[in-house]
Design a protein. Structure first.
Length: 244
């Protein structure tokens, strides 16, 4: 009798935990989405789940009726010695009735599984929500925005008109990593150290900060920009051209 009481609690609890665990594994979810697709698969899974749900409910009612009949026989006037608890498939059945609220577990388990199937199987081909990439605007123009992310600039070339006040907006998106944006007369000047040959700089800013720098673009030519903190991976050409 004690074994049956433990089992009737452990079975629904274990099934609920197993079903809930399926939704916590992203790899399994993605694999299910790739293998199971289409309305036919959904229909087949629905039929299987309905059959399983019906079988569980009928089985629960049958077990309850069986246990109750055993209880009625036990309560009848005994002509012989009290019968021992019956063992079915290695489980001591006893005469305890099955609480009616326990039926809810056998109904909720397949419903939970059905909900999981419907929420993880696409009926139609997925439509990509990724917006189409747009080509970065070309120069020359006096205002530019440059972003630092992943220890790299998102631009390797900036083109501006000659003899114009130029504004560059520098956005550092590397959390916890300081950067700067500095314009030099040439790559050699940038590598020489010191401030000689430096045309403009934002100064060092921390991750999550933005800063503007405005300066005169000077004469026509190809100059150089970099991050003086990470010059090996963050650099590019600063080109000044006629017109604009």
């Amino acid at each position: 009798m004690k074994s049956w009481r433990r089992l009737r609690w452990l079975i629904p609890a274990g099934l609920l935990l197993a079903a809930a665990g399926c939704g916590e594994t992203p790899e399994a979810t993605e694999q299910a989405r790739g293998v199971l697709s289409g309305a036919n698969i959904v229909l087949a899974m629905t039929v299987v789940l309905v059959v399983v749900a019906g079988g569980l409910v009928i089985g629960a009612f049958g077990l309850d009726r069986f246990v109750r009949s055993r209880k009625q026989l036990a309560e009848a006037p005994a002509e012989t010695e009290e019968e021992a608890d019956e063992v079915v498939a290695g489980i001591t059945v006893g005469r305890a009735g099955v609480p009616r609220w326990l039926y809810a577990f056998y109904v909720l388990i397949p419903l939970f599984a059905m909900l999981y199937v419907f929420t993880n199987i696409p009926l139609e081909d997925a439509v990509s929500d990724t917006p189409a990439e747009t080509e970065a605007p070309s120069g020359p123009r006096p205002e530019w925005a440059i972003v630092a992310s992943g220890i790299a600039f998102d631009l390797d070339e900036i083109i501006v008109p000659a003899s114009t006040d130029v504004t560059v907006t520098f956005d550092n998106q590397d959390t916890g990593v300081p950067h700067d944006f500095t314009v030099w007369e040439s790559a050699d000047a940038a590598g020489a150290g010191g401030d000689a040959g430096q045309l403009a700089t934002t100064g060092t800013i921390n991750g999550g900060q933005t800063r503007d720098v405005t300066f005169d673009s000077d004469g026509v030519g190809v100059y150089y920009f970099n991050c003086t903190i990470h010059p090996a991976s963050m650099f590019g050409d600063f080109e000044v051209v006629e017109g604009g």
